[in-house]
Ligand binder design. Sequence first.
Ligand code: XMP
Length: 333
Amino acid sequence: DWQMGSYIDEAVAKIREQVGDEEVILGLSGGVDSSVAAALIHRAIGDQLTCVFVDHGLLRLNEGDMVMDMFAGKLHAKVIRVDASDLFLGQLAGVTDPEKKRKIIGGLFVDVFKAEAEKLKASGQGHKGATFLAQGTIYPDVVESGGTKTKKATTIKSHHNVGGLPDQLGLKLLEPLRELFKDEVRALGVGLGLPPDMVYRHPFPGPGLGVRILGEVKKEYADLLRRADAIFIEELRATKDAATGKSWYDLTSQAFTVFLPVKSVGVMGDGRTYDYVVALRAVQTSDFMTADWAELPYSLLKRVSGRIINEVRGINRVTYDVSSKPPATIEWE
Ligand code: XMP
């Protein structure tokens, strides 16, 4: 609409003024904030922006290709995709503690991103390379880290972010979403032509499937989990609630599948199976500090469980998590 159009024009002008003829790098994660920041900055400065997309091998089914299709394919932005899954999975081998896993994933992410940024600097054909680091920081992030709110005495889960990275890289910060709330970021994304499905996606943690595979992370587990989760999400999107006309995906704040590395006995045809278990998790919340488990229709749960067990060989049991937060957390790790 008109208001959004003029907001975009102003934001674009501001970015052009701040960046001038310099170059910008941005870490693209596939999440809403970095995607909208990338689309906005690309609108403003085109090829002066290079996006670095670090694929840690713990993304959802086809997620990496979707990010590339959108940004490199449709928006024609410069995107470097770094397939670092072997590195991440290698370092995670044998590690079972959730906080250790988070630290390893967060640390490697920074290392890989830094290496790409240095490479880009070194390759600067005739120019000095990037001087700006762009981040999709939004207003609630600013408030959280600015000491405006009293910090919680205990950290339950360390959410990795790339704080400190601009200093380490000697880069200036570009944060065009700093003044926006989440719903404004989403509206801006749609205004910039990003698909609503991408912009209204549920939040996905930085460590990705790394904290949705309980205990040790293995490629075999990630592959099974990706397929099971894709079925759950597909059915949530496809199933409409009669009363509201909305899909169950839109009626939940976050929904995903958790891989449990335990085996249970099942029966399939004439044979006995001894395979893995997954848990479905779906919650409704306004702030993610407290959350209720979602009362999904039994018919939907039945379809999802039937499809996962039939289509994903290696999983023979599906459970539904009926724990609210607190005392449970939304993620299982
Ligand atoms: P919990 O599990 O603490 O999750 O109830 C609350 C919200 O935070 C997300 N979450 C994370 N996000 N890095 C992230 O970027 C993390 O390590 C992390 N752990 C949890 C979770 O998905 C939920 O939206």
